[in-house]
Structure formats: C-alpha cells, structure tokens
Design a protein around this ligand. Structure first.
Ligand code: BGC
Length: 744
C-alpha cells in the first residue's frame, strides 16, 4: 500500500467510525429529546428474552450513557481524601446507572464467603461469614454450596448490592497459594460443580454473580506480572474445564478476568481466553469485568473485556474518554461498544435487576445454621489412631492450647474477608508493602474453647495460649488429653513461602506430643501444610477457615455430635519437592518485571501428577475419615455412548454418617490417566445401604485436541475405580466405550 492509499484508508476508517458514532449520537439524542410515550417501554416487557430487552434498551442509550456503564471506581475510601461516588452504598465497586431509563447502578461487593464490609465503609455492618471455599469443596456436597450461595445472595440483595464478586474457580496448583482458601480445590470436576452451585444459589436471589479469576491465576506471588505459560490442551483439560463446568452449572452473569498474563497476553486483554474460549466456544452471554487495576489499554475492549472495574487502580480510565476517542478514530468499532453495554444490560435483565422486588427477608439465624452445617460437613478428620476421637466423656482434664481458640476461629484475609460480628478480634499483621496497613488476622467470635466447655460439662477444660512451648508442655503432662490449635493465616497478594506452620507452631505441637501422647491437632489453615510431627500425634483434624459458627462445628466434630464427613479437595504433600515448582516463580523480583510460570505439568494438577509419577501423598486428595466405616460393593459399569457406574455403599459401622464415594478413571485406551470422573455424598444409618448411580462427563475421559479444536475420546476400554480417595485401590471395573468427539 502506498503512503497516500494508507492515509486514505485510515481517513476512511476514521470517517466511517465517526459517522457511526454520529449516527449513534443522533439516534440517542433523538431518543433523549423525543418525549417518551407514556406507559410501559418496550424493554419492560417481561415476556421478551433478556437478549431482546437488552437490545431494545441499549438502543436508547446516548454514547456517554453507554460508556458510563463500562467503567467505574472502587467504592471504598481506599486513598486518603477519596470520597464515595454519589449513590454508592459503599462496597468493592460501583458503576453508575442511567436513572432516566430506570437502569440501576451496579453496586458490587465481594465475595464468595459472604458480603464484605471493606474498611468498615458501611459502619458497623456485619454479615454471615461462611467457611472458606476450600472447606466448602471438602464437603463434596453441591447442595450445601447452593445453600451457601442463597445466603450470600440474600444478604447482598438486602443491602442493595446487585453484583456479588463471588465464584472463585481457580485450580489449586500450588499448596502455598495465598488464595487457595477462596477456591474450590485442585480438581476441575469438583471445583466446577461446587463453584457452579454456589453461583446458582447467589443468582437465585436476583443478582449477578461473578465467576473469577479467569484464568490460570494460580499463584499470588507477582500476580500482576506473572505470565502463566501453558499449552491450550493442558489448559482446556484443567483450569479452563473447572471454569467451563462452573459456567454450565451456574450461568454467571459476569466473569472477572485475572491480573496475570496467560501465554504472553494479560488475562483481561486476552483475545484467546475472552473472545474465543469464553464468548465463542462456551457461548457466554454475560459480560467480562476486569479485576481491580487489571486494565492496561483501551484495546482490551477488542480482546473481549466489557467493563473496567476499580478504575482508580489503573493508569487511566481507559473505558471512558480514551475508549470514546478510539471509537472516533475507528480503532474500536462502535458496534463493539454497543455489544459491551448490551451484555451488561442482558445480565442485569437475566438476573432480574429490573423486575424483582428489592425487599428480601433475611433470617440471620437460619443463615448462621447454613454456615454451621457447612463447617460441620467440611472439616476433615485426617488421622484418628486408636479412635482417640470422638473425645471420651471419661476425660477428666483437657488442655486446649494455642490458635486463639479462646477468642474464636481464624478467617482468611484480603478482599473476601467478611466482618461477621462487631465483636470479632482483628490483629494487625504488620510488615511492609501496600497491604501491610490493611492486613488483619480476623477471628470470628465463635470460640472452640467455649464450645468445648459447653459440650463437656463434666470435664475440666483448661487453656494455654501456647506462647511458651515448655510451659504448655508442662501443663500438657498434667492433662488426660491435649487439643492444640495451629493457625496459618493466608491472604490475597501473598503466597506462603513454604509448608510450615508459622510462629514456631510446629515446634509447639512436637513439644506437646512429646509431653502427652494423647495430643489432638486441629489445623486452621488456608490449605495444605507439612506435618513434621505427624508420627507423634494420634489425631489430626483439618478445620480450614470454618466461618462464623466454626467453633461450634469444630467442637461438634471433636465430641462426636457431628460425625466428620469432609474429604480433602487438595493433596497434602509430604514436602514441596513433590510439586513441580519447589521455588516459587517470581519470588523476590521487583514489581513490574514480567516473569514466566511454566505449567509444564500440563493438566496433571495435584493428585493427577502424583499418580502419574507414582508419588505418595501425606494425605491424598479425597481422603477423610469418619467415626463409622463404609464399604463399597456391586460395582457395575456400562459403556457405549456414556460411561455409567453404579455401586452399593454400606455403612458398616455403628454410628450414622455421611460418605463421599469417588469414581476415578485409572486408564484409558491410550494409557494411564488418573481423573476424578464422578462423586456423590450419601447419608447412611448403621447397617444401611444405598445404590449410587453416576455417569461420567466425556471431557474427563478425553484429551483435548487443540489442532482439531475438539475433545477426543478414543474407542476402547476405560478402567475406573470406586474409591475413598485418589490413592485408594478401591473396586476396579472397566467398560468398552465408543469413539466420540465434542466441541470445545
Ligand atoms: C481481587 C478480586 C476482588 C476485587 C474487588 C481484587 O483485588 O482480586 O477478587 O473481587 O479486588 O475487591
């Protein structure tokens, strides 16, 4: 092209874009100036689909109104002197509405564990604090995930929040991940179904849920500069599959793109992730919002981003004047801008933001009960030698040590931190960096010590803070039994440097176990930790972050009022060297320096890689003990088009209990492959049996063929195991399957 023709082409492009913009302005000005006919507007017709209504309403918007829907600020006074935008109720973010057309403002709040109150922006406002999402995943119970979603949705809506930034689906690829507690584990099937059900529950209350952080945002170290390097096939079979399933189950109105880069492009400006995978392949009809401060340029709009959130954290309000200018020059087509606002309006219609009455009844007592039930079902009994648990009523003295168990239960930090009750204890974490001033170690005021005392009126229950190991050990010798609480506080923005328990707690546990062989360890951690003292401690309970009724739930499990039924949604390794990246990529690098995180393990995340390498975990994925025992029998597998498995589960012990039977693929025609392909949760009285029938999603039997752009399931024999965990040899059977393919 000669210079003149290039210039002419550019001028033409600009001219036609300007003409389009003018046409939009003229149309909109006309809409604005023409007196609106009285009576119902076409987009108010509830018999029309959300798509139709959104298109009708979008046409009424002026350019500025349209752009106004595409960006907004944080709605917390984060910076000195910052004021809340007018109309904002105070929460993570705010997008102004268009009152003339009855378009409500978007009031966005975090997160999956409940409605947060960052910086006490709504003075004194408290909400139900659900247990961590990792604990929720440990329930293996999608009904509980849905119920928790209803709690969050209802409490959000009652405050005028209409977009809940909830639905964390990132896979736990590293046990040190700072946000692992906000996610639903290392397996795509489990994570997808748990997060999907939670999203569905939230949206049942007429608001938008936001599935996040899309995608491969699997470490916090250098989260704004980490470039996740992973092949398309590996991504589709792991991280993306979790999101895909959650999308299918939950139909979220919104998706939040992540901070990191994926294969060289920022996740929020990633054409492959947003335009191809999400919008084209999966048919996502909602809108993509950025994570707070994750937008780098106006052309992210072309890459699939629809809305810029928390815009003060970005260099510019890219989706304001710069986007308007980009439309004028033709760099961004006006039709794309219309698509962006239409998608937002479509989700608002689909969620019922225009139609559903605002008033909702919130029953905080009932919600607290959901929180307690979830905790009770997600706490995992890892070890119970000699049936030390449940606590024998004969114990005369119990010494409880550490973990601030007298005050409450630990919760995770960062944007998902819920203020459960005004009385909660918040200890400043300190340190350096931007987050140092904000980080608080919060304890929900549900004291396990108090709950234990209530449940064991005949026992003398004493408490030692655990500050001095020798002194605690001296007291431990005098007690019949010791329960030590060990805490690992995790928060957004930082990964744990290793798998140890901080502040000398490993040494404290070892000292206690030496002083008293009947030492029970209760872990309150963000995820997996190493247990150098494991051989000396007969009983270990993983309580995660157990939410605002956690103390009661922990005491119920310890005393046997609740029979534990949680199962690990992540592998607990013996050492970090069992993982592909023993040194955390990016650790110590200056801000701004982009670095690679190579996911060379591909789709073999967690237990899948342990199986491929023949590694034994400290506790495998899926592991969880009960005070009763379960047996599996009568396994039948049918193949052909769909792989279906049926089997009998029997409670062979003497107390009622819940089991989470798991079905794994072991081998497919082209070789071994460990994959969770189905799971269930059953509740059985002693001696009772039930037959469970489950079928496998073909994507878990297949490989993704990136070249052909499809899932490919070769014909042949598929071997499966009905098992109690990923390492259990269980009951094995196989079926002959037909060849099959499926679109991405
Ligand atoms: C987090 C998001 C959160 C947002 C708004 C970001 O820092 O990554 O998960 O929704 O802040 O608070």
């Amino acid at each position: 092209m000669t210079q003149t023709t290039a210039l002419r082409a550019r001028t033409l492009r600009a001219a036609s874009a300007t003409a389009l913009l003018l046409a939009l302005c003229v149309g909109a000005t006309h809409a604005q100036n023409t007196p609106q006919a009285p009576g119902p507007k076409p987009w108010q017709d509830r018999t029309l689909s959300p798509d139709q209504r959104a298109s009708l309403l979008d046409k009424e918007l002026t350019v500025d109104e349209r752009l106004g829907l595409l960006h907004g600020p944080m709605a917390i006074p984060f910076f000195p002197g910052m004021k809340l935008p007018e109309g904002a109720i105070g929460s993570a973010g705010y997008i102004a509405g268009v009152p003339r057309l009855g378009i409500p403002a978007q009031q966005e709040s975090d997160a999956s564990l409940g409605v947060t109150n960052p910086g006490n922006v709504r003075p004194g406002d408290t909400a139900t604090a659900l247990p961590s999402s990792l604990l929720l995943a440990a329930t293996f119970n999608t009904d509980l995930a849905y119920k928790g979603g209803v709690v969050v949705g209802q409490e959000a809506r009652s405050r005028g929040i209409n977009v809940q930034l909830a639905g964390g689906v990132n896979l736990v690829r590293d046990p040190r991940g700072g946000r692992n507690f906000e996610y639903a584990g290392e397996d795509p099937l489990l994570a997808g179904h748990i997060a999907g059900a939670a999203i569905k529950g939230i949206q049942s209350q007429n608001l938008i849920a936001t599935m996040k952080h899309f995608a491969v945002n699997d470490q916090e170290t250098g989260r704004n500069f980490a470039n996740s390097v992973i092949s398309e096939a590996a991504m589709r079979e792991s991280d993306l599959l979790a999101f895909q399933i959650a999308h299918e189950v939950g139909q979220p109105g919104s998706v939040m793109c992540a901070y990191n880069l994926v294969n060289g492009a920022y996740a929020c400006g990633n054409d492959f992730l947003l335009n191809k995978v999400l919008k084209t392949d999966w048919g996502f009809k909602g809108y993509v919002m950025s994570d707070w401060g994750a937008v780098k340029a106006t052309d992210f709009a072309l890459k699939g981003l629809d809305q810029q959130s928390g815009e003060q954290l970005d260099k510019q309000v890219w989706f304001g004047d710069p986007l308007k200018a980009a439309v004028q020059t033709g760099a961004v087509p006006a039709s794309r801008v219309s698509d962006m606002s239409r998608r937002i309006l479509r989700s608002m219609f689909a969620a019922g933001l225009f139609d559903a009455p605002l008033a909702v009844n919130v029953d905080r007592a009932a919600n607290a009960e959901v929180s307690r039930q979830t905790a009770a079902e997600g706490i995992v009994l890892l070890k119970n030698e000699g049936n030390l648990l449940p606590l024998a009523a004969s114990a005369k003295t119990i010494l409880v040590v550490g973990g601030h168990a007298d005050a409450g239960v630990l919760s995770g930090g960062g944007s998902s931190q819920v203020t459960a009750d005004a009385a909660q204890i918040a200890l400043p974490v300190g340190g350096e960096g931007m987050m140092a001033a904000f980080n608080r170690m919060n304890f929900h005021p549900s004291s396990p010590l108090k709950a234990l005392k209530e449940r064991l009126p005949q026992t003398t229950v004493r408490f030692d803070t655990g500050r001095y190991a020798a002194e605690a050990a001296r007291k431990a010798k005098e007690a019949d039994l010791v329960i030590v609480f060990a805490n690992q506080w995790m928060a957004e923005g930082d990964d744990a440097p290793d798998l140890s328990l901080p502040n000398g707690q490993d040494a404290l546990i070892a000292a206690l176990a030496e002083a008293n062989p009947k030492t029970v360890v209760v872990l309150q951690t963000g995820g997996a930790v190493a247990m150098p003292w494991l051989k000396q401690t007969p009983a270990v309970v993983e309580a995660w972050y157990s939410g605002d009724r956690g103390g009661e739930a922990i005491a119920d499990v310890l005393t046997g009022k609740v029979n534990p039924s949680g199962h690990l949604p992540v592998t607990f390794p013996t050492a970090i060297t069992q993982y592909p990246r023993a040194d955390l990529p990016g650790l110590g690098l200056p801000d701004g320096q982009v670095f690679d995180v190579r996911y060379d393990e591909g789709s073999d995340v967690g237990y899948r890689r342990f199986a491929a390498l023949g590694q034994k975990a400290l506790f495998p994925f899926g592991h969880g003990l009960s005070y009763t025992t379960f047996a599996y029998s009568d396994v039948k597998v049918t193949g052909g088009d769909t792989l279906s498995v049926s089997f009998k589960v029997t409670n062979t012990g003497s107390v009622r209990g819940k089991d989470a039977p798991q079905v794994y693929l072991n081998r497919r025609p082209n070789g071994p492959a460990k994959r969770l392909i189905a799971f269930s949760k059953v509740d059985l009285a002693p001696g009772q049996s039930t037959t469970v029938t489950l079928s496998a999603d073909m994507r878990l039997l297949s490989r993704f063929d990136a070249k052909a752009q499809k899932w490919v399931q070769p014909a042949g024999r598929y071997e499966i195991t009905v098992a109690q965990d990923a390492e259990d040899t269980g009951l094995t059977a196989s079926a002959q399957m037909k060849a099959a393919t499926r679109k991405p």
